[in-house]
Design a protein. Sequence first.
Length: 190
Amino acid sequence: MKTLLKNTQELDYLIQETTASVKSEYHNGEILNMAGAKENHNLIVTNIVGELYACLKGKKCKIYPSDMLLKLEQCKKYVYPDVMVVCKEAEIEKKTTQGAEVLLNPQIIIEVLSESTASYDKVEKKRCYQMLDSLNQYVMIDSTQIEVISYTRTPEGDWLLEILKDTEDKIQIGDCLVALADLYALVDLE
């Protein structure tokens, strides 16, 4: 569902978002209400957060699940990625006195793909995410089949693509080596 913002600014969206009962994203003047996630999506998010937490415990890394807004300034968007990781000092922009907080510098972004979001996550969001100077890796985990797609930035600024499709495979996510079997634990793909 789309609601067009008329003669308002991003600040109005952020104020609205702090009191809203349903999360929405801001896309260049439009507010898009977000649908609730299905079971597989939620299980994969829980699994990846658990794996990353176990790996990064004791390090100065922060893991943000899907309730932290991310500002994509070049695309004029505010979005809620499924998981973000910051291993440097987190840059949090506080836009309102009501407490809207927006992350500016994730090093890793992870999206769980569903039938309704896969195309958007693979094309538009990927393009916007890769414009973030802070981003080192963008990972997409499919919730309908075993498939993990990872784009990792090289020191030269190029993006290396890796696609994994077997539960025996392991993916390097930042400093963490994660088995696909653990990402898909308890997920029913039939």
